[in-house]
Design a protein around this ligand. Structure first.
Ligand code: C2O
Ligand code: CU
Length: 519
């Protein structure tokens, strides 16, 4: 376990790296907190590279109740920028990792083998997973070649696995867009940035019965931003680029790391040829720190361009139309876009209204062919339960802020929850299995707040009800700076210890994480 002494040591490292000057530089009006890292490589013309589709992983074996998979985590060489080679760390050596297609109620067992030079941890984000398989940050999967801890006492104190281990996912939960990604204690930011992220899509009968676009018109889109060195390698401001010893990023990037290249499914500003029909896009923001406000240009004249049908962890009961989609790190929006109202040949750009220059665009759709369309978006999708405030048995308050009273005694040295940096030995909430609780969250600067295990609904933002992007069951809430929001979370599934944290990965690595123990 991470001892108090290690927390002090960790905080001490961070303190050295943080000049007072950057503390004043908090989030801007775009609702993102982060600092732009500029590429030194030649960047491609946008909308020239075809949108890649992550391959669907084949099970190695199946029985009546379970699909078995194997994944090797290893370095891979890929061409992200034309003509340059980028080394990534990927699930099966690719970025994004392979997509796992799962069925609600059917178990998925993934055997991971760590062929990387550092420990890893796999978390299925949005999954209702037993604690031992949830990817608790110190439950390290050590490299096959062996590992000597050089950093902190905690590297030898979680549930360690040597080289290989399996993760068991019951997936007793409805159809939804989940993703799996690295969750190593103190090093999640750089390890996800290097490529350790992939989709896991859960399907169920209710979803199958809906006439939504399907097959090759149901497309997962993983959005993230990166920066590249001259030779095409990924740029990231790690204090220790070997990721072996000192965690954290250099002083200027405590707010979060934003790249100047927008990737969709691993390709910079790609283009997708579409037919003049409806498409279902499963949008995932897999960026470390960047928020997006997505729009289509030209916009449709005859209705909202995005019809949202699903949120983080399931379908909505009714579709919701949006002119734009605001999406914070780790959030998912399942949307239908209808290209039938665009004249044949139209090039429709998905823009990012929170970006500027190159980061102001994301990808392009080229309406290139005619096709028949049997899909529709029905006005009722599924029956889903609405949780009322009165159902809660407890209310807890969590304040997400800079460490004003960090353990080192210096102001602003780490990111904290209720003034405390993460300590794996301290339990911050003990909800009872099967109950619902109201969590009142407050922030200084923007923080996307994520709970493991528990799915929740947003009850209010300040004096207002839920915002336009808060609909449905969520696992991450996009908190703006200086805001208070109330969520109602239901703690079902399993007893045991899980984390909740800010999903700005630099904040998470800088200790903005707590323990919830379901009892
Ligand atoms: Cu997507 Cu605790 O993480
Ligand atoms: Cu944060």
């Amino acid at each position: 376990m991470l001892s108090r002494r290690d927390v002090l040591k960790f905080a001490g490292v961070a303190a050295v790296a943080l000049p007072i000057a950057t503390i004043a530089c908090t989030g801007d009006e775009s609702g993102t907190t982060g600092v732009l890292l500029r590429s030194r490589a030649r960047l491609p013309e946008p909308f020239a590279i075809p949108l890649p589709m992550p391959p669907v992983l084949k099970p190695t074996r199946q029985d009546t109740a379970t699909d078995y998979y194997e994944i090797a985590q290893r370095p891979g060489k890929v061409e992200i920028l034309p003509g340059l080679e980028t080394e990534i760390w990927g699930y099966n050596g690719i970025f994004p990792g392979p997509t796992i297609q799962a069925r609600s109620g059917r178990r998925v067992v993934v055997r991971h083998r760590n062929e990387l030079p550092v420990p890893t941890v796999v978390h299925l984000h949005g999954g209702k997973t037993p604690p031992a398989d949830d990817g608790y940050p110190v439950d390290l999967l050590l490299p096959v070649g062996g590992w000597t801890a050089e950093h902190g006492g905690h590297t030898v104190s979680g549930q360690l696995s040597d080289g290989e281990r399996q993760y068991v996912y019951p997936l007793d939960q409805p159809a939804a867009t989940l993703w799996y990604h690295d969750h190593r204690m103190d090093f999640t930011g750089p390890q996800v940035y290097r490529g350790l992220a992939g989709f896991l899509l859960i399907h169920d009968d209710e979803e199958d019965a809906l006439p939504l676009p399907r097959g090759n018109r149901d497309i997962p889109l993983m959005l993230c931003d990166r920066a590249f060195a001259e030779d095409g390698s990924l740029l990231y401001p790690s204090v220790d680029p070997t990721l072996r010893r000192t965690p954290g990023v250099s002083e200027n990037f405590m707010q979060g790391v934003m790249g100047d290249v927008i990737l969709v499914n691993g390709a910079p500003w790609p283009v997708l040829e579409v037919t003049n029909t409806r498409y279902r896009f499963r949008l995932l923001n897999a960026s470390n720190a960047r928020r997006y406000r997505l729009a289509l240009d030209p916009a449709r004249r005859d209705g909202p361009p995005f019809i949202q049908v699903g949120s983080d962890v399931g379908l909505l009961d009714r579709p919701v139309g949006h002119q734009q989609i605001e999406i914070a790190p780790a959030e998912r929006f399942d949307v239908v876009v209808d290209f039938s109202s665009y004249p044949m040949g139209t090039r429709v750009t998905m823009t990012n209204q929170l970006g500027s220059g190159a980061t102001g665009s994301v990808m392009r759709f080229h309406v290139a062919r005619e096709a028949r369309d049997d899909s529709t978006v029905p006005s009722r999708l599924i029956e889903s339960e609405k949780l009322r405030q009165s159902a809660a048995v407890a209310t807890r308050t969590f304040r997400f802020a800079r460490g004003a009273h960090g353990p080192s005694g210096r102001p602003g040295t780490v990111w904290t929850i209720n003034d405390q940096p993460f300590d794996s030995e301290r339990v911050d909430a003990q909800p009872r299995l099967g109950t619902a609780e109201v969590w009142r969250l407050t922030t200084n600067v923007p923080h996307p707040v994520h709970l493991h295990l528990a799915h929740f609904q947003v009850l209010s933002r300040g004096q207002m009800g839920p915002g336009p992007y808060d609909g449905g069951w969520k696992d991450t809430i996009d908190m703006r700076g200086g805001e208070t929001a109330e969520i109602i979370a239901r703690f079902t599934g399993f007893r045991g210890r899980y984390v909740f944290h800010c999903h700005n990965l630099e904040h998470e690595d800088m200790a903005m994480m707590g323990n919830l123990e379901v009892v």
